[in-house]
Ligand binder design. Structure first.
Ligand code: COA
Length: 183
């Protein structure tokens, strides 16, 4: 099936919510995503409206979706620009202008067909297009046990940087591995 990979539009907050809630119910959600289903399903419409509009335009956040011929969404990748001195969603010092890929999800029935590659290409190309100053690298975090996701990132040219971050709270014995690609 042919899919169109494109940036989300501001008025598509209901689809943004539906796809995110599907992702958060995936069997690997607890090692794939920082948010929980319980947190997200409790959010008001304004939360999703803000998320969609923030990711639809501008040079700070972008969400890309893979849209099928029937208009349904098969997957999504988001990217957040991290400026030197700014706040990282992973709460550590940002020392180079960069972008971080988050929210990587392809519906189970659409996996293994190249959609994740296409979504990533859109997100990474968009990052390289961000100006003033330019983005030097694109990074992401993958859980040490998320072998399929790490397989995808390795295939796309991402490499482990040597940085690892423990999971929050009582899961601090589990590690998130940083991977990155440079321009
Ligand atoms: C991660 C995800 C987006 C990848 O999309 P996908 O369509 O499954 O990815 P692909 O099949 O194109 O690529 C995965 C690669 O890893 C390989 N792989 C699969 N299982 C693997 C394993 N256990 N160990 C190592 N590599 C593995 C695959 O063979 C494939 O490489 P290939 O195309 O060279 O054969 C999708 O699986 C998904 O949504 N997973 C649930 C959410 C998630 O984990 N998100 C990432 C959070 S960091």
């Amino acid at each position: 099936m042919e899919h169109l990979v494109r940036r989300v539009r501001a008025d598509e907050w209901q689809q943004v919510r539906d796809l995110r809630l599907a992702a958060l119910q995936d069997p690997v959600a607890s090692i794939a995503f920082q948010e929980t289903y319980e947190y997200s399903v409790a959010q008001p419409d304004s939360f999703w409206q803000g998320r969609a509009s923030g990711a639809a335009v501008g040079d700070e956040v972008a969400q890309f979706v893979a849209e099928g011929p029937d208009g349904s969404w098969a997957g999504s990748v988001s990217v957040i620009v991290e400026r030197v001195g700014g706040n990282s969603p992973f709460a550590h010092q940002v020392s180079v202008d960069q972008a971080i890929v988050v929210g990587v999800f392809v519906r189970p029935e659409a996996r293994g067909a190249g959609l994740a590659d296409a979504l990533f290409r859109a997100a990474v190309d968009w990052s390289w297009g961000v100006q003033e100053p330019k983005i030097q690298r694109v990074r992401l975090f993958v859980h040490e046990r998320n072998a399929r996701a790490e397989g995808l990132y390795t295939k796309l040219g991402f490499e482990r940087t040597g940085v690892t971050v423990p999971m929050d709270g009582d899961r601090s014995d589990e590690l998130e591995i940083e991977m990155a690609v440079r321009r």
